[in-house]
Design a protein around this ligand. Structure first.
Ligand SMILES: [Ca+2]
Ligand SMILES: [Ca+2]
Ligand SMILES: [Ca+2]
Ligand SMILES: [Ca+2]
Length: 319
């Protein structure tokens, strides 16, 4: 049902395409970019470096064991931690530097400098009037759980735009980022070269309420070599995958629905070493956490992770 209605929304794309014009205006209004987000208490910063010809890290794997890990942010204290997993088994928690400014959200993951190490994408969308950095996007370059340095994207945006994930859609080795406008339903890809915005691609609009993007995480659900985009409807519990062909939307397919709306898709990664992306869910009421092991769009098995009863901890990636 949700899919049929989603496809219907897509047919309205041409009519809604004007949204992209306002997006471009919002973008070009602030080409100066923001200042980079530095973690609290970190005084030394290494210079930004890119590694030409490097092999990008895969699917939110921070410790390089070949499997995905899980990122958390506490939206009251500003603490950030990484859960290391061995396959689907939790092994340990490592602290990342805190960011006490709660206007900043972890919006995605990807290897932005192609050194084989997963980095962390931040977006500032706190709406208070005194927040002068609203709309800024910053990347933390990481080595495992060690912060190296940060860089601001060359552009910021105004308006009700939310950064919803990252994936390398055009296959150039540099993660691209996914925006969704909660007011208009417009969806946009920014193609990046490191932290430089090189191109803006309009995706189909989805104006029907309830649908939101829960990331990509470089996850290729149909095995065509291009990352895909995960959607959940927070009103109906329907879930769907957008299959992408490069930077172009191709088609969508349903994955099992979850009618209990306390469950949220919180990470997209690869957890059982079969090369197929999986989903991690968090229950924002009970604190339970569960991995869905997937075979494409088919749910194969659920595996419980340790519960985190303190609900201010938000699972924020990989995605
Ligand atoms: Ca990196
Ligand atoms: Ca790219
Ligand atoms: Ca794909
Ligand atoms: Ca898998």
């Amino acid at each position: 049902m949700g899919i049929k209605r989603l496809v219907f929304s897509l047919s309205l794309f041409a009519a809604i395409a004007g949204c992209s014009v306002s997006f471009a205006a919002e973008l070009q209004g602030q080409l100066a970019g923001g200042s980079p987000l530095r973690p609290d208490g970190v005084l030394f910063n290494a210079p930004w470096f890119a590694v030409p010809g490097g092999t990008p890290a895969a699917d939110g794997d921070f410790d390089g064991d070949g499997g995905g890990d899980i990122l958390w942010r506490n939206n009251q204290t500003g603490e950030n931690v990484l859960w290391y997993l061995n396959g689907t088994t939790y092994t340990s928690t490592v602290a990342l530097p805190p960011v006490s400014d709660l206007n900043w959200f972890i919006a995605g993951t990807g290897d932005f400098n192609a050194d084989g190490q997963t980095d962390i994408l931040w977006h500032n969308n706190g709406s208070s009037p005194e927040n002068t950095q609203r709309g800024s996007v910053s990347v933390w370059l990481m080595r495992g759980a060690t912060y190296l340095t940060s860089a601001a994207l060359s552009s910021t945006v105004t308006g009700d735009w939310h950064l919803r994930g990252a994936g390398d859609f055009n296959g150039d080795g540099s993660p691209d980022i996914i925006w969704r406008n909660y007011t208009t339903g417009a969806n946009v890809l920014w193609l990046l070269n490191g932290v430089l915005v090189t191109e803006i691609i309009n995706l189909p609009s989805v104006s029907e309420s309830g649908w939101n993007i829960y990331g990509s995480g470089d996850s290729d659900f149909d095995g065509n070599g291009t990352p895909d985009i995960v959607w959940r409807n927070n009103q109906t519990g329907a879930n769907t995958i957008w299959f992408m062909n490069g930077t172009t939307y191709s088609t969508s397919a349903a994955i099992p629905s979850v009618s209990d709306l306390d469950w949220q898709i919180s990470a997209v990664g690869e957890y059982n070493n079969d090369g197929k992306p999986d989903l991690v869910w968090r229950n924002n009421q009970t604190g339970a956490n569960t991995i869905w092991l997937m075979n494409g769009t088919a749910l194969v098995q659920t595996v419980a992770l340790p519960a985190v009863g303190e609900l201010r901890w938000k699972m924020v990636g990989p995605r």
